[in-house]
Structures are given as C-alpha cells and as structure tokens.
Design a protein. Structure first.
Length: 200
C-alpha cells in the first residue's frame, strides 16, 4: 500500500511540475492600444503599460492587475480605463504618467470605458445598468467625478464622437460571438451615425 501511495504522489508531482512549466511558458499579448501624440498605452497581463511612440522600454503604469481598455483624453494628459477592483467593473481615470487611479462610476452593473467627449471634460462609457434585456447604453461622467448621464440613444454597444461632438458613430447591438471568422449572418451589426441634437 505504501509503495502505491509513493508511486501516486510521485506521479502527481510530475504532473504538477508539468503544469507549472506550461504556465511559465504561456505568452501574454499586448492588447487594446491607445495613442497620444507621444505615447502608446496598452494592456498586458492585466496591467496598463506605457511606451514612447518611437519605441523603447515599456513602463508599468498600474499595479492592481485588473485594468483594461485604456483611452487617452484628447489632450493626452489623462487615461480613462476599465478597472475590476473590489468585485465590480467600473470606469477609472488617472494621469497619463501614472499614479493613483480615481474611480468615476459606482453602479453595481458593469461599466466599461470607451472614450472621451471631444472637449475632454467627460468620459464616455458603456453600461448595462438600466437594461431589462440583453443590451447596453452609453453614458458620460465628468472626468473629475460626478453623476453619470445617459446619452439619448436607447441602445448602444460601441462608438465614438465626431471631432466637433455634434455626431456620434455607434454600433447599436451587442455582438455575443465576436470570434467567428468571415461571419455574415444576423450578428453583422450596422454602424449608425447620429446627430445628437435631434437624433436624426
């Protein structure tokens, strides 16, 4: 019986060592880049990193390990991003050079950073906080903190403001399976351009 137990323990140690070696060799990819005039910020390994546009050594900006989707402010001095801390996903903002992030959203629903208003005063984000079905809406929140306001479109998933802030290009529907190559079925969503003053 003891021989069997020793054999079993030895086999388990070999298997666990193989798993550990495989975990060490797993490559992480830089994702979700955002660019300013001088800098690229990207997500890598759950953190945000910064590197000059001409290349060089990347510098880690965050330490929480749950940051993604960074977006530079129009003047390049701040970064809005989606952070997953304290069991919830919210929108945060921090200086482009690094430092302590400031939390902008507090709703228990999932809030994800998308961009900025062209004047750089508000952060655009997507959330399912008011959803009664499978859809999301756009909101903005002041960059210094405050109350979030819903945009007039009743459903939106991804989008961006025009340079003058008068229009927005957006995708209205959530794409539940983004990995299908060359897919041309019902999930191929249109892109709308809406005039925000009258919703035309």
């Amino acid at each position: 019986m003891r021989t069997y137990m020793r054999l079993w323990l030895g086999l388990m140690l070999v298997v666990l060592a193989g798993f550990a070696r495989g975990a060490e060799q797993k490559a992480l990819l830089a994702q979700q880049p955002t660019l300013s005039k001088t800098t690229i910020v990207f997500s890598y390994g759950g953190y945000l990193w910064s590197v000059p546009r001409e290349g060089g050594q990347a510098r880690q900006l965050t330490t929480g390990g749950h940051e993604q989707y960074p977006v530079f402010s129009p003047d390049g001095t701040q970064i809005a991003f989606t952070g997953m801390y304290d069991g919830n996903t919210d929108v945060y903002v921090m200086a482009a050079t690094g430092g302590a992030p400031k939390r902008l959203t507090w709703h228990p629903g999932r809030d994800g950073a998308l961009g900025w208003t062209p004047d750089g005063k508000r952060v655009l984000f997507v959330s399912d906080r008011e959803a009664y079905a499978d859809f999301t809406r756009f909101y903005t929140v002041p960059a210094e903190g405050g109350v979030a306001e819903a945009l007039p479109m009743w459903r939106a998933f991804d989008g961006s403001y025009s340079a003058d802030g008068a229009r927005m290009a957006y995708v209205p529907n959530l794409k539940w399976q983004a990995a299908w190559k060359r897919y041309r079925g019902g999930q191929t969503t249109p892109i709308y351009i809406v005039k925000l003053s009258d919703l035309s």
